[in-house]
Design a protein around this ligand. Structure first.
Ligand code: FAD
Length: 504
């Protein structure tokens, strides 16, 4: 298979910006109206796109509801709306003006707006995934003289800066993480002191009446009940609190029954906090001896997994739809059918698997160790293609992130770079015994499990579509007895795939 052209190689100069027009304006030192296209990175601090736009003169802060956004999963759209509202409030507090919300394709609405207000440039945070690239390419073609300037706002360091000795990209996490640490992540940029808002902006859509996720239906009210506070201030507070109590993260992060992780994934996915700020604040706290250094470093190594995922996605934009390892094209996945449906509806009969899937339906989040357990069960015990699981997660997670989701699904399935070997099959029963020794996590999410009457477990029934036939009280099923048999079948299938490939 010919590898597609890496996304960023041809687009970025070393200055990481392609805004020639913007630089000409600087020379003349005249204020210029620019459009600040808010795609992600819902924050005022360390927002290179906003800082660059605000430096040039008055800005038009615009959010576009385009087809790429509406194709995104329902839960992440629901969460995005909260992030947008929080950003709008913060911007109003600072400038007296909110975000202008336009509906349509960026390539239609932004050139029109640029002409209307006489804007010479558009600054946006880059989000280098395939749908966004498509939107940027179409926009660039439609812009004429207006410059599109993309800023790498959501990463620690630009992927071009992290290359192997031979100039390639890293495919293995450990040397990648070492290289980022050695190069040193970029420093956060300051919050603009002054932001002037352009005059005569179109009215746009009313944020108060917006419903970006009508397809959530009754599930939206349940997510509301379990929502974490959205917005930049909430994310900054969450980070500081996490660092105050980080001790125990290294050991406890795998425990399903304990709440020791940062819970920052949603905020990082939307850019309510930047990874550079996370890095800089964590390092400062380590240096001041105001947090547990070992635990904070372990936390940063997880932030580096996110970074690794994005650098991989830049290299291989189809990571969410194609096997990274070509030999996986031969794997005999089973037809999806009833097995997939039972998994999606959290009634597989395997308590840890069903608990995790119910947690996701109710909160939009799922503990990392449980994500690995449910993904392994789907791809190995049920032998269902990882892409089916990826899509379900993409529709259900409030912290959905195209790079992390794709890398992790391929990691668990065994088809990805630096992946877990296929023969390492998680046993969901022993995993639960180890990481949820008293069953507290399973009782929290499974009504009737070990006598559970937990409200959190009840919430699942408010969140699911009416047509789902999920029994009222949880019962472990036959599936537990079949685990060993299914494990052997999966290993056999894998062995046959290897033999077939070797004989070619
Ligand atoms: C099958 C599968 C799918 C996943 N899909 C997503 C997804 O769509 N979005 C997402 O943000 N994470 C995803 N993850 C990674 C991980 O589960 C979550 O980032 C984590 O549970 C978030 O909780 P936290 O913020 O408390 O993490 P913490 O433990 O506090 O970690 C700090 C940050 O590091 C990053 N991080 C941690 N673990 C990973 C990891 N394994 N891969 C990449 N980044 C990581 C996250 O940004 C996280 O917020 C997935 C994992 C699996 C196994």
């Amino acid at each position: 298979m010919a590898r597609p052209e890496p996304l960023w190689h041809v687009r970025f100069s070393a200055t990481r910006c392609i805004g020639i027009g913007v630089q000409v304006q600087h020379l003349w030192n005249q204020p210029m109206t620019t459009i600040f296209w808010l795609c992600r990175d819902f924050r005022l601090s360390d927002n290179p796109a906003l800082a660059a736009a605000a430096k040039d003169g008055p800005i038009a802060p615009v959010f576009v509801i385009d087809s790429a956004l509406m194709d995104q999963g329902a839960a992440s759209r629901w969460r995005l709306q909260r992030g947008l509202a929080a950003f709008d409030t913060a911007l109003r507090e600072k400038t007296g003006h909110g975000v202008t919300i336009l509906r349509g394709e960026a390539s239609d609405v932004l050139p029109k707006l640029a002409r209307q207000i006489g804007a010479g440039a558009i600054h946006a945070s880059d989000w280098p995934c395939a749908p966004m690239r498509k939107a940027q390419d179409a926009l660039r073609k439609a812009l004429g003289d207006v410059t599109l300037c993309l800023h790498a706002g959501h990463l620690l360091i630009h992927p071009r800066m992290i290359r192997t000795k031979t100039g390639g990209s890293y495919k293995v996490y450990t040397p990648f993480a070492r290289a980022v640490r050695e190069a040193g992540p970029d420093k956060p940029v300051n919050r603009p002191r002054d932001i002037a808002i352009a005059a005569d902006l179109p009215k746009g859509e009313d944020l108060a009446k917006l419903n970006l996720a009508p397809d959530m239906r009754s599930g939206a009210a349940v997510l509301d009940r379990h929502a974490l506070p959205a917005g930049e201030d909430a994310a900054a507070t969450r980070l500081e609190r996490f660092l105050d109590h980080a001790k125990g993260y290294g050991e406890g992060r795998d425990r399903l029954d304990m709440d020791v992780t940062s819970g920052l994934a949603e905020a990082l996915a939307l850019g309510e906090i930047s990874p550079r700020t996370v890095w800089a604040r964590s390092m400062a706290r380590i240096q001041d001896d105001r947090t547990s250094a070992d635990d904070a470093r372990k936390f940063l190594s997880e932030v580096l997994w996110r970074e690794f995922a994005w650098h991989l996605l830049v290299e291989f934009p189809q990571m969410d739809s194609r096997n990274w390892r070509e030999d996986w094209m031969e794997f005999p996945w089973r037809p999806r059918g009833a097995g997939l449906e039972a998994w999606q509806q959290a009634r597989t009969g395997i308590p840890a698997v069903d608990a995790g899937l119910r947690e996701m339906r109710v909160t939009g989040r799922m503990h990392n160790r449980v994500r690995m357990i449910v993904a392994s069960y789907l791809t190995k015990h049920l032998m269902i293609d990882w892409r089916a699981g990826l899509r379900h997660f993409a529709d259900s997670l409030t912290d959905w992130d195209p790079a992390s989701n794709a890398m992790n699904w391929q990691w668990v399935a065994g088809s990805g770079p630096d992946a877990s070997p296929f023969f390492r099959i998680f046993n969901p029963v022993t995993q639960a015994e180890k990481f949820d020794p008293k069953g507290a996590y399973r009782r929290r999410w499974l009504l009737g499990y070990d006598g559970s009457t937990a409200d959190t477990a009840r919430d699942y029934f408010d969140a699911i579509p009416k047509g789902w036939e999920v029994p009222d009280a949880y019962k472990s099923g036959d599936a537990q007895r079949k685990l060993a048999e299914r494990r052997v079948a999966a290993l056999d299938a894998y062995g046959q795939m290897r033999e077939k490939l070797q004989s070619l």
